[in-house]
Structures are given as structure tokens and as C-alpha cells.
Write a protein that binds this ligand. Structure first.
Ligand SMILES: C[S@@+](CC[C@H](N)C(=O)[O-])C[C@H]1O[C@@H](n2cnc3c(N)ncnc32)[C@H](O)[C@@H]1O
Length: 225
């Protein structure tokens, strides 16, 4: 049960086929049931040239924590390297809903217990194996400008730009760029023109790559060194 004294705003969910969480607020699924974990690996890990670039202290940041699937995919890829993972989330899911969503991905589910047990206590800053995790709760348009760090790699994982445009707008993409280390990168599953233009205007060199599965394109980019 959610802690009633907790000011967090829970997402509005429904479940497709009993297994795939859909946000009724954004009218969009959290991931693709058929290949969510593969897609994460293709888009966010390979799209940022990970795990090859990992080194101690490497900092991954994410817009849209959702079920934590991207965090768990990172955990599966990171080996022993101590890194940081910071995610920005306005509507944190309750632990039982996250657990239910992860049932679709046995590989991720197999390493999820230490995450879920800490998440269920309300912890939003915790250690997960070699990863120092922080999930910053609130609208990223408010919380990212106040963030005091720079990421080496960004996972841009809002709901689709058509349905969740506020998580992709030019001002926020400028904040992503401002919070990216020299030589840092981003990756996202979308190649929507306004998103790419926003990231380009913010200083990234943007590239369109082959998307996952049947998706034609995704986007990646780098900041100058
Ligand atoms: C596609 S889901 C993220 C999936 C997630 N990365 C995963 O591994 O399950 C998009 C997320 O963005 C969050 N979101 C939408 N608008 C936001 C905003 N303005 N600020 C912060 N988070 C937001 C949603 O609540 C949702 O959890």
C-alpha cells in the first residue's frame, strides 16, 4: 500500500493483457511487452556506446524512471564498475506495480529484488550493487534545472513526444545539454524532428540511427569534448 503521508503522486495505470502497464494519463505504454528489455539494450545502452564507455564514477541520467527497467538493464551490463544512475520521475510507480510489470522480463526480474525492497520502503536514493541510484521525484522541468551534476550519458525515455511533449521540449533539451559532461552523449528511441532540433540547438551533434526491431529510426548525440 502507498504510504499516505508520502507526497508522491502515483501514476494512473491500467494493464493491457494483465501484464503491460499503460499510463491512462498519457495514453501510452511504459514499454513494449514483446521486446522491452532488448529495446532498452539497443536504444539506451548501445545508443550511448555502453557498456564500452563505462569507468568508475561514470554518471548515467534518465528522464522517466517508470518501472526501473532501464536501471535493471544497466545493472545487468555494468559488471563491477561503480557508477551513478540518476533518474527524473514525476509519477513514481508503487513497488507492487513495478514488480508486476517486471514479470514480463525474467532476466531483469531475477536481479530486481534488492531494488524493489528498497523502493518499497520509500527510498529514492540507494545502492544497487555497484550503482549509486537516485530517483529525483517531481516534474523534470522543475527538478532538472536545479540539479547540480553533469551526466556522461542520458537516457531520454519520456512517453511518446506526441503524448508527453513537455518532457521533450526545447527548454528541457537545453537543460539536458547543460547537464551533460564534455564528450557526453544521449540516446532516445524517438527520431521526432522537434526533439532532434531541440537537442541540436542545445549543442549536441545529433545522429539518426536504425531503431529497434521494426522501428525505422532512433536518435543519439554527443557533446563536443
Ligand atoms: C516511457 S515511461 C519510462 C519508462 C522507464 N524508463 C522504464 O524503464 O520503465 C515515461 C516516464 O516519464 C514520466 N514522466 C512524464 N512526464 C514527466 C515529467 N514532466 N517529469 C518527470 N517525469 C515525467 C512518466 O511518469 C513515466 O514514468
Amino acid at each position: 500500500m502507498p504510504d499516505q503521508s508520502n507526497p508522491e503522486t502515483l501514476p494512473q495505470l491500467e494493464w493491457r493483457d494483465g501484464a503491460l502497464p499503460i499510463s491512462t494519463q498519457f495514453d501510452d505504454p511504459y514499454f513494449s511487452l514483446a521486446n522491452g528489455l532488448d529495446e532498452t539494450r539497443h536504444v539506451f545502452l548501445a545508443g550511448n556506446d555502453l557498456p564500452a564507455r563505462l569507468r568508475p564514477g561514470f554518471h548515467i541520467a534518465e528522464l522517466g524512471f517508470g518501472t526501473g527497467l532501464n536501471l535493471l538493464a544497466t545493472l545487468l551490463a555494468v559488471g563491477d564498475t561503480p557508477i551513478r544512475f540518476t533518474s527524473f520521475e514525476a509519477y513514481p510507480m508503487a513497488a507492487p506495480d513495478i514488480a508486476r510489470a517486471l514479470e514480463a522480463f525474467p532476466e531483469a526480474e531475477a536481479v530486481a529484488a534488492p531494488f524493489l525492497s528498497q523502493w518499497a520502503t520509500g527510498a529514492r536514493k540507494f545502492q544497487l550493487g555497484p550503482i549509486a541510484v537516485e530517483v529525483i521525484i517531481g516534474d523534470a522541468r522543475d527538478t532538472l534545472p536545479a540539479w547540480q551534476h553533469r551526466a556522461d550519458a542520458w537516457f531520454l525515455d519520456g512517453f511518446s513526444p506526441a503524448k508527453n511533449p513537455e518532457l521533450w521540449n526545447e527548454d528541457l533539451m537545453a537543460e539536458v545539454a547543460r547537464h551533460t559532461a564534455k564528450g557526453g552523449s544521449f540516446a532516445t528511441y524517438t527520431a521526432a524532428g522537434f526533439v532532434r532540433r531541440g537537442l541540436q540547438a542545445a549543442g549536441f551533434t545529433v545522429e539518426r540511427r536504425k531503431g529497434h526491431g521494426h522501428k525505422r529510426h532512433m536518435a543519439t548525440g554527443k557533446m563536443p569534448t
